[in-house]
Every structure is written in structure tokens, then in C-alpha cells.
Design a protein around this ligand. Structure first.
Ligand SMILES: [Zn+2]
Length: 233
């Protein structure tokens, strides 16, 4: 259930061991066919489903992420240091309110720097009380992660009515590259996405379907739920 739906006495009476989940997204270009809130929308829905299934306390999504690599395409970004500080302070505040188990669920590649090593940092700053687990949702699916390609577009078709398939265009197809070329283009995309992909799309969204999105969403949420159920003990 969402934390916004609870009153103070209920929250202060939460059982020990209650786990909170904080989704973290971005606001950045996802080609001409997807909204800039795509990462935030997907990670919010994944967190909502997992929170319901595993009885977690769902926190509001942090919709601002680090997407400077998408310039000159549209992106509304905060730096890695700022994002990490926001996350650390929210987790410490949760800890002061006796919620000591916290999952940070990331939905954007460029946020990985902000969550790297954050578990031990928060653990130390909380007087070894808070236990934080930081995950990126795409590590819980078989399909290769993309950007506005088949996976993200299918997921959005499954959860949103904002997809404009008539504008969907094929972007960089990494399957055609040698491992060495792939590594080079991945590095380039991490700093200058436009140079790696030209149209801002990594993958091919043209064959995306709602059905595929539902299948991938169910795979991701089931796998995350399995991991979460182990954290509860
Ligand atoms: Zn995305």
C-alpha cells in the first residue's frame, strides 16, 4: 500500500521488519513515440505490483534522475551526487521512523552511479540500523534491456495509454554488432546517447506489443518478489 494512504498512528505502529520500497526513475527523451516519463512510469508500476504482492510500504517515485547523457535530446536531470544525497536522506529519515529495511528500485541506467555502494553508506550513517537493498529492475528479466526499443515500448503498451506506435522508428540494433563494437557503443551511449543511436532509440520498437509487455512485466515482478521474500527473514 502507498505510504500516502496511511495515517500517523498506523505508520508509527508498523510491525518491525516492515520493508519500504522507493522507485527511482527519470525524465528523459524516449524517442518520438514514448513519453519522457517512461522510466518513471515503468518503475512505479513494477514497484506497485511488488509492493502489493509482498506487502511492502510503497513510497512516492523519485521522478528526477541523471540523464545528462541524453542532451541535446530533452532531459530534466539532477547530478549523481544530488540523487544519492536525496536517497541517503530519505533512507535515514525512514530509519529514524523505525523503518529499517528499504528497497531502492531503479528504473534508469544513468542512475546506477547514484545507487552504487549506497547500501553500506546508509548502513553506517544510520548507526548500523538501516539495511538497504538497491536493485535495477532490468536485472530481473531475460530480455536484453533497451531504450525506447522493443522491451520498454512493450512494457509501456502494457501499463500506459501514452504510446504513439505510428511514430515508432527502429534505432540502434546492437545484435548486429561484434562484442567489441558493442562495448564501444555502450561507452559512447553512457556519455553521448545521440552519437551512439542517432535517433535516441536503442532497439526496435516497431514490433512491440502489449502482450509482450505483460509477459515481461510479469517475469520482472515475479523475480523481484522472489528476491524480496528472501529479504523478509
Ligand atoms: Zn528508459
Amino acid at each position: 500500500m502507498s505510504i500516502q494512504d496511511y495515517s500517523d498512528p498506523v505508520l508509527r505502529g508498523m510491525p518491525r521488519g516492515k520493508i519500504a520500497i522507493i522507485p527511482v526513475g527519470s525524465l528523459e527523451q524516449h524517442g518520438p513515440h514514448l513519453p519522457i516519463s517512461t522510466d518513471s512510469d515503468i518503475v512505479t508500476e513494477v514497484a506497485r505490483i511488488v509492493a502489493k504482492r509482498c506487502d511492502l510500504l510503497l513510497l512516492p517515485t523519485i521522478t528526477y534522475g541523471n540523464s545528462f547523457e541524453h542532451a541535446p535530446f530533452f532531459n530534466l536531470s539532477i547530478t549523481t551526487g544530488t540523487l544519492q544525497r536525496i536517497l541517503v536522506e530519505i533512507c535515514l529519515s525512514l530509519s529514524q521512523n523505525k523503518i529499517q529495511k528499504i528497497i531502492i528500485l531503479n528504473g534508469h541506467h544513468g542512475n546506477q552511479g547514484a545507487i552504487k555502494g549506497i547500501e553500506s553508506r546508509i548502513h553506517a550513517k544510520s548507526g548500523r540500523r538501516a539495511r538497504v537493498f538497491a536493485f535495477s529492475y532490468w536485472h530481473f528479466m531475460k530480455e536484453e534491456f533497451d531504450h525506447a526499443g522493443f522491451v520498454e515500448t512493450s512494457l509501456m503498451l502494457a501499463i500506459s495509454d501514452k504510446v504513439k506506435m505510428k511514430f515508432a522508428r527502429k534505432g540502434l540494433i546492437s545484435g548486429d554488432l561484434t562484442p567489441r563494437q558493442r562495448e564501444r557503443v555502450s561507452k559512447l551511449a553512457a556519455t553521448h546517447f545521440i552519437k551512439a543511436t542517432k535517433n535516441g532509440v536503442w532497439g526496435d520498437p516497431t514490433k512491440a506489443t502489449k502482450k509482450d509487455g505483460e509477459r515481461i512485466l510479469s517475469e520482472i515482478t515475479q523475480n523481484i518478489s522472489k528476491t524480496v521474500s528472501k529479504l523478509a527473514y
